[in-house]
Design a protein around this ligand. Structure first.
Ligand code: SAH
Length: 341
């Protein structure tokens, strides 16, 4: 049996076998297989999520990220709860039924403040899903946010390789903690998102293979994958950008390994290549996350250089996005779009 068939059959591959799958399988063959697996489960639909980047403050110092606390040049902002609600109102009117609240790890957003926001959104719009992406917190905190009504949580594992984790993060951070957070989120019944950058400094085919082994075990409901893109005011400013082709290959392999996963065609993919978003869909992704952050703050949420902010992928261009999806035979779905187990 071919290695692709073994992945489709749900077999657990070793890291060595994943390395072989990543390096030696035919790109077009995995793309076509991934696309048909996605079509079988979710149809020709691409689910839209309204992304609200509500704080650019961060207490962490990840070497790759433009929001790291040591970046004195970063422009910092926090949206007020009125401003967040306004974004939700406008987004709801535009048709969004999932809102993703993403931000740096900002102490200002205590459990109490986040709970207030979640409850307000859910009481006015009981039919929407709320996705949080605010980094590592305690079990008790995740539990309280879940009880307040949060449905989903995005927390990329970033890398499953411990030596690679140390290349990307300062000593104050711990891979063990991040992985424990992911297990806690699963335990609490969140639809949980993991994922990684492709081509970050210190990454290799082996670290990507370890990511696959890790995610097979974790079985996340969502997986975010994008190319690493350097940011000019970080220690990685002179590092190479990750390969778009390899990123697409990883998207397709994740689709084959986790057929039911919700997989976004990420902004990083759209930033790295003009047709990155469509290529992501053609490689098995089934979610897009148009940015609906107020335009004035949007430019300040710069996790990497050149991040697309008001381009054709942005929230105000939904019609354009829909038409672009149609050119490749897909429809933009504004449904809540929960994970199908
Ligand atoms: N603070 C939250 C949200 C982080 S931003 C958290 O910790 O989960 C979302 C993702 O952007 C990160 O998980 C990381 O994988 C990605 N990212 C950060 N810097 C990047 C860069 N320079 N290039 C590409 N992706 C990057």
């Amino acid at each position: 049996m071919s290695i692709i068939d073994r992945i489709i059959n749900g077999e657990k591959l070793s890291a060595e076998e994943w390395m072989e799958a990543i390096e030696y399988t035919d790109g077009e063959e995995i793309r076509a297989a991934a696309s048909s697996v996605r079509d079988r489960i979710y149809g020709k639909k691409v689910f839209a999520r309204g992304l609200i980047e509500f704080t650019s403050y961060c207490r962490n110092d990840c070497f790759y990220c433009g929001l790291r606390k040591s970046n004195r040049e970063a422009l910092r902002y926090r949206l007020s709860s009125d401003s967040i609600m306004e974004s939700v109102d406008l987004g709801y009117e535009a048709g969004f039924r999932t809102f993703v609240l993403q931000g740096g790890e900002d102490n200002y957003f205590s459990d109490e403040r986040l709970i207030g926001m979640i409850k307000e959104i859910k009481s006015i719009y009981p039919d929407v899903a709320v996705t949080l992406s605010v980094g590592e917190r305690s079990y008790e905190s995740y539990k309280a946010l879940r009880e307040a009504g949060a449905d989903r949580y995005l927390l990329r594992h970033e890398t499953a390789d411990s030596a690679h984790y140390r290349v990307l993060h300062p000593d104050s951070m711990s891979q063990e903690n991040r992985i424990e957070c992911l297990h806690n989120l699963k335990k609490l019944g969140y639809q949980t998102g993991a994922g990684m950058m492709v081509g970050s400094p210190g990454s290799s085919i082996r670290t990507l293979a370890e990511d696959m082994v890790f995610m097979k075990e974790l079985n996340p409901e969502m997986v975010g994958i994008g190319p690493f893109i350097p940011h000019s005011s970080t220690p990685f400013k002179d590092e190479k950008r990750g390969s778009v082709e390899l990123t697409l290959r990883m998207v397709a392999l994740v689709r084959l390994m986790l057929p039911h996963a919700m997989i976004p065609a990420t902004t990083a993919l759209a930033t790295a290549s003009d047709d990155g978003q469509l290529q992501g869909i053609l490689h098995g992704a089934n979610v897009i996350m148009p940015d609906i952050t107020p335009t004035e703050e949007r430019a300040k949420y710069m996790i990497y250089d050149g991040k697309k902010i008001t381009g054709d992928e942005a929230g105000e261009n939904l019609e354009k996005i829909a038409r672009r999806m149609e050119t490749i035979g897909y429809t933009l779905s504004m449904e809540r779009g929960d994970y199908i187990p």
